[in-house]
Design a protein around this ligand. Structure first.
Ligand code: BEZ
Length: 254
């Protein structure tokens, strides 16, 4: 089992950095208290922030532009599981781009650290591909706080120093709404193919008004939502199967 001590040891260099309980981000005064923390739900507007990244300073809402976004955090630079994850997302980046999706990673370390780590990721985990997407240098922990990318324990300790982010994934659409949230602990690497799969499901659902069943993947039958009458379903999808009055399936419309 993953040991908390291991995590603390791996993050010891971060613990030595100075930490203030509150800070000024741009012109805004920011305080790490539960009352100040946005409550992000599916459908919430993704909180905006300005941050340094490995590809320069960004205003997050400007960065979103007309794209879909996968914003994902990892506990710390130069850690093994994170190295495999960031490499896997770099390999899959062309698939995300095809779907109009921009990737952006995050950890609570600085740009210099991220840039040296990217060299390692390219050495061992991108299959020879250059690492193409930015990583947010969230050294002041503003984004980690706003998006609640923290364990219970780290949230309690946020004002006293060491804060590693968990493995959060936020999928955000071009209207800047949060569409899907996944949260994994530090010990468990994510599944990059699953992130791509749920984007396919979300985009198909938006385009065609369908829902996707358990373990669905592109090309498989989809579900006609109960809100659509049989008559409208026939007009919209043609043939469909009725397993129960509330469970109707049809061929994937794409
Ligand atoms: C990792 O392998 O990504 C990892 C290991 C220990 C602590 C945090 C992250």
């Amino acid at each position: 089992m993953f040991s908390r001590q291991l995590l603390r040891a791996s993050l010891a260099p971060m613990a030595r950095k100075s930490f203030a309980p509150s800070f000024t981000a741009g012109s805004r005064f920011f305080s790490f208290t539960a009352e100040n923390q946005p409550r992000i739900r599916i459908g919430s507007v993704a909180p905006n922030f300005v941050a340094e990244t490995t590809q320069g300073k960004i205003d997050f809402h400007e960065y979103i532009g007309d794209n879909w976004i996968v914003l994902f955090s990892h506990p710390a630079d130069f850690t093994p599981v994170c190295t495999t994850e960031l490499g896997a997302f770099a390999k899959l980046e062309p698939e995300f781009t095809k779907r109009g999706v921009k990737l952006i990673g995050l950890s609570t370390e600085g740009v210099e650290s991220h840039n040296s780590w990217i060299k390692d990721i390219e050495d061992v985990a991108t299959g020879g591909k250059p690492f193409g997407y930015p990583i947010i240098a969230d050294a002041n922990k503003e984004v980690a706080f706003k998006y609640d990318m923290l364990t219970e324990e780290d949230f309690k300790n946020i004002n006293s120093g060491l804060v590693a982010t968990v493995r959060s994934v936020f999928i955000i659409d071009p209207s800047k709404k949060v569409r899907l949230i996944m949260t994994y602990p530090a010990s468990t690497g994510r599944n990059s193919a699953e992130v791509l799969r749920v984007i396919d499901g979300l985009q198909l659902s938006d385009a065609k008004g369908i829902a996707t069943p358990i373990d669905w993947s592109v090309g498989q039958d989809v579900i006609i939502p109960p809100s659509v009458s049989d008559e409208d379903a026939k007009a919209k999808f043609g043939e469909f199967q009725t397993l129960k009055s509330y469970l109707r399936t049809t061929k994937s419309p794409l």
